[in-house]
Each structure stands twice: as structure tokens, then as C-alpha cells.
Design a protein around this ligand. Structure first.
Ligand SMILES: [Zn+2]
Length: 217
């Protein structure tokens, strides 16, 4: 029996899952979304798609992988759990294989500080962790380590993952990272872009703090 709060979160998660597909970040079941709930999380089911996800199909999973109901959780539940375990402020996690994130991640390339909005992920770059097989603890551990000091990272030869203070903010970060990776790929076509200097980053973070521009870490 779902509490009212759980029901609302399930509905919100299904709605955000559809939105992520609608904006082109998730095609053919390649992404997954979760939010923290009680001592575990609610996560999109294995095989979810915008057409078949419903509030009832969202799976309740403990952080050590015990799940309830007749739908299996996403095969990436370990990666989501690792982030919640390592970062108490993470309330939602989004993982996608969006095009431009995969383009950079397949070069095992971090997104460098070519634009000041790279700073909205908490530092002067967005790191890329090494490749690990999907669903493994080592992928989860690497992602959780990278997300200790950033709100997003790229996953080598795989995609991206980010964390937020709620589902909507995590989805927006996933969208923002895709935009920034696309813009980076575009500028690379014109040559090597100039990166912001250390001094410019100091000024950015100073200013960002003053205007409460995003909650960085
Ligand atoms: Zn994946």
C-alpha cells in the first residue's frame, strides 16, 4: 500500500521519465531515473520506456538491492544506490545515454571548462570515469566518487549520471550537460577552444555564491 507521498513521487517520476524522453535525452530504454525514498529509493523499472512507464511500475528498492513487486528495478540500481550512500544531500539521480554526452564519454574525455556554465556542475570541468560493465558495483563506485565533488559526471563509453536536490533539478542538470557537451563538440570543430583561467573560475564561483546561482555541491 503506497502512502500519499509515495504515490506522488511515483507519479512525478513517471512524468519526468516521459519528459526526459520527450526532450531527446533517452531513447529506447537507455536511461533511468530515481529519487530517494525513506531508507532507499524509487527507481524506473527495467525495460521502462516513455510508452510503458506508469506510477505503479516504478520500483521501490533498498540501498542494498532488496526490491518489491513484480517489476525488476533498472539494471543500474547499484549506481543510483552508490550515489545515495555516498552523498546524503542527493535526493534524485538521472542516468542517460544522451548523444553528446556519449560522444565525449566515448573519447574518455572530461568536459573541460570552455564555458562558465560548466561551473554549474560544481567545478571547472565535468569528469569522465573509466569504462565498467553496466550494472556493476565498480561503475557505481566510480560514479559516486566523481559525484562527491560534482553534480554530474560522464561514464566512459557509456553516458552520463547526475544528482540533484529533487527530480526536476536532476533532470535539468542532465539536459544542461547534454547542451554543454553539444556546444563543446561544436566549438571543437572551429579549433581548440580557449578555457577559462583559474582566476576567471575564482571570480565565477565568487559571483555565483553571491547570487545563489545554483546549489553547487
Ligand atoms: Zn546506461
Amino acid at each position: 500500500m503506497s502512502s500519499e507521498n509515495e504515490q506522488q513521487l511515483r507519479e512525478h517520476l513517471a512524468e519526468q521519465y516521459r519528459y526526459v524522453e520527450q526532450i531527446g535525452l533517452n531513447e529506447l530504454s537507455s536511461g533511468n531515473l530515481s529519487c530517494r525514498f525513506e531508507y532507499g529509493m524509487l527507481i524506473s523499472p527495467s525495460g521502462a520506456s516513455a510508452d510503458n512507464i506508469t506510477p505503479e511500475s516504478v520500483v521501490r528498492v533498498s540501498l542494498d538491492g532488496e526490491w518489491e513487486g513484480d517489476r525488476k528495478p533498472s539494471s543500474e540500481w547499484r549506481m543510483h544506490a552508490a550515489v545515495y550512500l555516498a552523498k546524503p544531500s542527493a535526493e534524485a539521480v538521472v542516468h542517460t545515454h544522451s548523444d553528446y554526452c556519449v560522444a565525449l564519454a566515448s573519447q574518455l574525455m572530461p568536459l573541460p571548462g570552455f564555458h562558465y556554465l560548466v561551473g554549474s556542475f560544481g567545478g571547472n570541468d565535468v569528469p569522465c570515469v573509466p569504462y565498467s560493465t553496466f550494472g556493476t558495483q565498480s561503475l557505481g563506485d566510480d560514479a559516486a566518487r566523481a559525484l562527491a565533488t560534482r553534480t554530474a559526471c560522464l561514464l566512459g563509453n557509456h553516458g552520463m549520471i547526475c544528482r540533484g536536490k529533487n527530480l526536476k533539478s536532476a533532470v535539468n542538470l542532465a539536459h544542461r550537460l547534454e547542451i554543454m557537451c553539444r556546444q563543446y563538440v561544436l566549438t571543437r570543430q572551429l579549433g581548440e577552444p580557449k578555457l577559462l583561467t583559474e582566476e576567471q573560475w575564482d571570480e565565477f564561483f565568487e559571483r555565483a555564491k553571491k547570487v545563489s546561482y545554483g546549489r553547487f555541491i
